[in-house]
Design a protein around this ligand. Structure first.
Ligand code: ATP
Ligand code: MG
Length: 226
């Protein structure tokens, strides 16, 4: 579904993504993990074409639609959740005939049934849910979720994780970047851990893992020399 080969990106001569390669298979829930400032969001933005890469290759299946939930969602504060989704649906040219039903379905899916509230009055968790709904518009084959459960309370996190599980069961391919490793262990099949733009190791879900993902993460991230 997606292959990244030797990705590179620098800002002001500081290398933030350094020869990074990984691939994500169809139907997988892939964990893209790493310490703060490791280069995860930068890599995601390169995959989405939001920023230019300095080197490397990104190969995707032909004509795939990628849905994206950003790390810090921003929507015009004077719009309601419904209006935000309507705006994005128009950009995506979703036909008017099924726009309204699709938006209501997505608001319900993410637990934002009260669509009269304006974004300026949204809590952090509500913003995250709206960003997730926005990423699902148009039924994308690949979803990239940058910290989808950040800022949610324990129940909200569980609901989002269950929703991601449902999306997985419909065959979607999902990349999740998160620091909440419990969530990752619940939902992801495998993943990679990066630091300073370099891959430190891989993680595979298994029932007989000797170490928790958190232990693996800390060992890998601590072990590298600055
Ligand atoms: N536009 C920019 N200009 C300069 N430096 C940048 C820019 N964007 C990102 N960086 C730097 O690139 C590095 C990687 O940032 P990035 O946001 O990709 O990290 P991250 O892995 O997503 O971290 P976090 O887990 O904290 O979200 C950081 O050192 C950051 O300061
Ligand atoms: Mg980030």
């Amino acid at each position: 579904m997606l292959e990244c080969i030797g990705l590179k990106k620098s800002y002001n001569e500081k290398i933030v993504v350094n020869d990074l390669s990984f691939s994500v298979n169809k139907g997988e829930v892939f964990a893209f993990l790493g310490s703060n400032g490791a280069g995860k969001t930068t890599t995601i933005k390169m995959i989405l074409g939001l920023i230019k890469k300095d080197g490397g290759k990104i190969i995707t299946d032909e004509n795939i639609h990628i849905g994206y939930s950003p790390e810090t969602p921003y929507f015009p504060p004077f719009l309601t959740g419904y209006e935000v989704l309507d705006y994005y649906a128009q950009i995506q040219k979703i036909p008017k005939s099924n726009r309204s039903s699709e938006i209501l379905r997505l608001l319900d899916t993410v637990g934002l049934e009260n669509n009269k509230t304006r974004v300026r009055n949204y809590s952090k968790g509500m913003l995250q849910r709206l960003a997730l709904a926005q990423s699902l518009l148009g039924d994308p084959e690949l979803l990239i979720l940058d910290e989808p459960t950040a800022g949610l309370d324990a129940l909200g996190r569980l609901e989002i994780i269950q929703l991601i599980g449902k999306l997985k069961s419909t065959g979607k391919t999902i990349i999740i970047n998160s620091h909440i490793l419990n969530d990752i262990e619940r939902i992801c099949d495998r993943g990679i851990i990066i630091k300073n733009g370099v891959q430190l190791g891989e993680w595979h879900k298994s029932d007989n893992n000797e170490k928790s993902l958190e232990e693996i993460f800390i060992e890998l991230v601590r072990g590298i020399k600055e």
